[in-house]
Write a protein that binds this ligand. Structure first.
Ligand code: ADP
Ligand code: MG
Length: 566
């Protein structure tokens, strides 16, 4: 087929502009991105070859090769992975199909630093090549297609790209970067190797470069006809913990999570027994921009005996841990598992339970830190992901006690909107005669702390938790007790202050008698608007307040359901 020139999707043009300008200071990442794609391509080939081994053709040893040409001023990244057909090339390198793309673009602020951070989260990908190149040539052939169906794709990274069909014997993809003016420092074996070791050491297949040696006559390094592997070339999670540096764990996280920032913490272990698997789990430092998106990609990468099976295996994690990133490599699952099989597998259930326990232990460790730094880390974790974790109170009954210990609230005790009071802190401060944990729910912290329901508690010096997150009411509808103490809303009809009230009760009963005629009159006057009118002693400054009956929806929940159109 003749050469065709096509336009990039509008979003691609926008991303290209942005990326070249905002990420220039971190330009080395282009190599990480292209190597990561090559590695993905190898994973995909291995996966498809489970069903059809002829896809390996005569070239079963998967590898990535990086080379450069000083005279031509090019860098080349070559893989023998799955490759792309003509249609795949056009759609994968001309459009962004990722979920959350719209949302991503709507969040851009025009502020270079902020946008750079966002692009980092979005995943810069293939187009990052244009940070250092003013022209990129891609030559590729999909595994299984004939040599006559190779493809050449060329673009200067502006408005359009050209594609044509070529003859290509080799399966896989070769990417040639034609460097921009002034980028010649990248044309060095030493420089390329150090970038690869910095960002791509963990890649599971060998990254090859030609060896070089000093040529006395020419007075420069010359290439030898011999390969060397420049990375460790074994899947990071399969290596013993002691052999892995923090830096390597962090780089692996950045690759895995498409995040340009370091993770907050991680945990790595091998589980033996009925179900055998290795898990490497990370807590990110920041919530991704699409955490609240319905199609947010959640879950872990699943491998079976080192073979990549799928991204986002949401069956391996409960919803309320959807912020955790990582890898699970199972020794028991069949290689041909599908999402449907995962849903029913007993092995998967065992893994999910194990991963959940491990993730909670990791969070407990973070929460129990004694140092200021550790405390700040948990506070920052809570700000980013606390609302998600709280869903677990209503979702994971088996681990509810552990989750309850991790949860933090705002409270009348420290009078700030910051959620930093644990239920254990609250219980430790309870009055001797107090038997319940009191809370109030509202739309905002201001509204909660000014609630008339709180007056009697303030007067008696009893602490009340101030709950203002959307999930609180739902979580608390099934989470009703902590450490043997029932949780009680201060807005419930018959406020039972238990022993806190004893000495006043008698005096109140007397007042009650004298007020009876007035209450009867008010009942009559409000009979269409209020179910009941009662005398209360819970207010100190306000004349009256509305309450919900026990077992009835609270005002807050009613308003929320109304807002959601129910
Ligand atoms: P992502 O890797 O997050 O999907 P990229 O921008 O890095 O996004 O790549 C876009 C797509 O282009 C990939 O999903 C893949 O389908 C295709 N692609 C890129 N590089 C290669 C390659 N070396 N071999 C095969 N396909 C590739
Ligand atoms: Mg990529």
């Amino acid at each position: 087929m003749a050469q065709e020139t096509m336009s990039f999707q509008a979003e691609v043009k926008q991303l290209l502009q942005l990326m070249i300008h905002s990420l220039y200071s971190n330009k080395e990442i282009f190599l990480r991105e292209l190597i990561s794609n090559a590695s993905d391509a190898a994973d995909k080939l291995r996966f498809e070859a489970i069903a059809d081994s002829t896809l390996f053709e005569t070239d079963p040893n998967l590898r990535i090769r990086v080379s450069y040409d000083k005279a031509a001023r090019t860098i080349r990244i070559d893989d023998n992975g799955i490759g792309m057909s003509r249609e795949e090339t056009i759609s994968h390198l001309g459009t962004i199909a990722r979920s959350g793309t719209k949302e991503f673009f709507s969040k851009l602020s025009g502020d270079q630093q902020k946008d750079a951070a966002l692009i980092g989260q979005f995943g810069v990908g293939f187009y990052s090549g244009f940070i250092v190149a003013d022209k990129i040539t891609v030559e590729t052939r999909r595994a299984g297609l004939p040599a006559a169906e190779g493809v050449r794709w060329v673009s200067a990274g502006e408005g359009d790209f050209a594609v044509e069909t070529i003859e290509r014997a080799q399966r896989g993809t070769t990417i040639t970067l034609h460097l921009r003016e002034g980028e010649d420092e990248l044309l060095s074996s030493y420089r390329l190797k150090s970038i690869i070791q910095k960002y791509s050491d963990h890649v599971a297949l060998p990254i090859l470069m030609k060896k070089e040696e000093w040529d006395q006559e020419k007075g420069e390094m010359v290439e030898k006809d011999e390969d060397e592997t420049v990375n460790q070339a074994s899947a990071l999670w399969t290596r013993p913990k002691n052999d892995i540096t923090d830096e390597q764990y962090k780089q692996f996280y950045q690759h895995l999570a498409h995040d340009h920032q370091d993770p907050l913490t991680w945990t790595h272990n091998r589980v033996e027994g009925r179900s055998e698997y290795t898990q490497l789990l990370y807590v990110p430092a920041h919530a991704p921009f699409d955490l609240w998106n319905r199609d947010h990609r959640a879950g872990l990468k699943l491998y079976v005996k080192r073979v990549f099976i799928m991204d986002d295996a949401e069956q391996l994690l409960p919803m309320y841990l959807r912020f955790i990133k990582g890898v699970v490599d199972s020794s028991d699952l069949p290689l041909n598992v599908s999402r449907e099989i995962l849903q029913e597998s007993r092995d998967v259930k065992a893994i999910r339970e194990g991963v959940t326990k491990r993730a909670l232990s990791m969070l407990e460790e973070l929460a129990n830190a004694e140092t200021d730094e550790g405390k700040a880390q948990y506070a920052s974790f809570w700000t980013e992901f606390g609302q998600v974790l709280k869903e677990g109170l209503g979702e994971d009954f088996a681990n509810r006690d552990r989750i309850a210990k991790l949860v933090r609230f705002a409270s009348t005790h420290n009078d700030t909107s910051e959620q930093n009071v644990s239920l254990a802190d609250y219980v430790a401060r309870m009055k001797p005669e107090q038997s319940k944990i009191y809370y109030v729910t509202a739309d905002t912290w201001q509204a909660a702390k000014n609630s008339p329901h709180l007056e009697v508690f303030r007067k008696k010096g009893v602490e009340v938790l101030l709950l203002t997150d959307r999930v609180d009411e739902w979580a608390l509808s099934s989470f009703t007790e902590f450490d043997g103490k029932p949780l009680a809303s201060v807005a419930r009809g018959d406020l039972d202050l238990g022993a806190l009230n004893d000495e006043e009760k008698k005096a109140q009963e007397e007042v009650g008698e004298t007020m009876k005629p007035l209450i009867e009159k008010m009942k009559e006057a409000l009979k269409d608007k209020a179910k009941d009118v009662r005398l209360t002693f819970r207010l100190t400054d306000s004349p009256s307040c509305l309450v919900a009956d026990d077992g009835e929806m609270s005002g807050y929940l009613q308003r929320m359901l109304k807002a959601a159109g129910q």
